[in-house]
Design a protein around this ligand. Structure first.
Ligand code: AMP
Ligand code: ZN
Ligand code: ZN
Length: 404
């Protein structure tokens, strides 16, 4: 019965729209609409009731996606946009200190977030603008900044409170613009289920409710999309930046119980990962003390395992600390009470993200092999017929998702 229902939803989501197509209006240049749902763990659809995502998988592609390290929001959204590892694009954490320019960056510092000089690489919206592809970007990390002295063609000041349905309206309105001015690349963002996941944990009734609410909003989104005359030309990607791990107060590590904070020059990051600046002559002392702490990984600058692609950028400072999955890393003056978090080693499967895609470029009912999020940039470029800027991803890793 569930199968039959799924088949019906699939048909209604991705086929009935064809009846609305006015051949004269349909245009054949590709469209790509990318949505990121912050903190949508790869396996939520296996745990919770998500008929719309299930139908999207039937109509297109699903894969488990590996975030870049650290599995935090800003580094990963900007990796999705550029195809570069955080070490290479420079947004190495949600907050960081740049020892070269002596300037700090933080997600809550609106001026820093809008300052393009912090952002390296070329976001896909710049690649698009440079090659004549119109774009509209709603709240994606980096979209408010003047990167390479350019802004996305349409961009907006971040407003966390803008309802999901208003965001749907924006996407619908852009895709309803006259063909001449209509964007072909749209990227939009919603901050859930991350917020609820932090507050209540990934396995809570509240997170279940939020995930199911998001799925129902996605149903509204596709209903709106189906009304567009050019629906059949649009490729959709629904993805996320990272997953969510369950925390417990029995698994707290208080860092300053083990080291003298007077030896530190900078503390950047938040639970469960930090980059520390250490005062001259104190590095060995601090490192040796932290090495002894159970359930904590600590690395000196430029000595992280290669698979993490992290720790060479000067903004990662002298030491990188990350707790083992499920453990929290706090300071005695700021012990948190959140029930979920992310930022752990990206080998932890609970950090993995979703990747759904459907539309004319994609195979149908295809479960793709797990891949890294650096590959999304070359994939987006391919779909839009753009020549990609240099990046750390590889189209070869994701080409299997595309129709021949
Ligand atoms: P975190 O869970 O700490 O890694 O970050 C998630 C938070 O990042 C969200 O709840 C938003 O408040 C914030 N955020 C995401 N995108 C943006 C943006 N473009 N501008 C400002 N804040 C953002
Ligand atoms: Zn996030
Ligand atoms: Zn978060």
């Amino acid at each position: 019965m569930k199968k039959l229902l799924l088949a019906l939803i699939t048909v209604s989501l991705f086929a009935s729209g064809c009846t609305f197509i006015n051949k004269k209006q349909a245009d054949t240049k590709p469209y790509l609409v990318v949505l990121s749902l912050d903190g949508f763990r790869w396996d939520y659809p296996q745990t919770y009731n998500t008929p719309v995502l299930d139908s999207l998988q039937k109509a297109g592609v699903f894969a488990e996606m590996i975030p870049s390290f650290p599995s935090k929001t800003f580094p990963n959204h900007y990796t999705l946009a550029t195809g570069l590892y955080p070490d290479h694009h420079g947004i190495v954490m949600n907050s960081f200190y740049d020892p070269t320019t002596k300037r700090s960056y933080s997600v809550s510092d609106r001026k820093a977030v809008r300052d393009g000089s912090f952002y390296g690489g070329e976001p896909i919206w710049n690649t698009a603008t440079k090659q004549g592809v119109r774009n509209a970007i709603l709240f994606w990390v980096g979209s408010e900044a003047n990167i390479q002295n350019m802004h996305p063609e349409k961009w907006y000041r971040y407003n966390q409170k803008l309802p999901f349905t208003s965001r749907i309206d924006s996407v619908y309105d852009w895709l309803s613009l006259p063909a001449k001015v209509r964007p072909h690349l749209i990227m939009w963002y919603y901050p859930e289920p991350d917020g609820t996941g932090h507050h209540f944990g990934p396995h809570s009734p509240e997170t279940k409710q939020m995930v199911e609410q998001l799925d129902s909003w996605l149903g509204q989104f596709f209903t709106a999309m189906r009304r567009l005359p050019n629906f059949k030309n649009i490729n959709f990607i629904i993805t996320s930046d990272h997953g969510m791990q369950t925390l417990s107060p029995e698994r707290n590590i208080i860092i300053d119980k083990y080291i003298d904070t007077a030896d530190l020059s900078h503390i950047t990051g938040n639970n469960p990962i930090y980059n520390l600046g250490v005062k001259p002559g104190k590095l060995e002392k601090v490192y040796a003390a932290l090495k002894k702490v159970h359930h904590l990984q600590v690395w000196k600058h430029d000595s992280l395992p290669e698979r993490l692609h992290y720790g060479q950028n000067p903004r990662t400072l002298d030491l990188t600390l990350v707790a083992d999955p499920g453990w929290s890393l706090y300071w005695s003056w700021a012990v948190g009470t959140e029930k979920g978090t992310h930022g752990y080693d990206n080998a932890d499967r609970d950090m993995h993200a979703i990747f759904y895609a459907a539309g004319p470029a994609f195979k149908k009912d295809y479960h793709a092999p797990t891949f890294r999020n650096v590959d999304v940039y070359p994939l987006m470029a391919k779909i839009l017929n753009l020549k990609p800027a240099p990046n750390d991803g590889s189209l070869k890793e994701v080409q299997n998702m595309l129709k021949k």
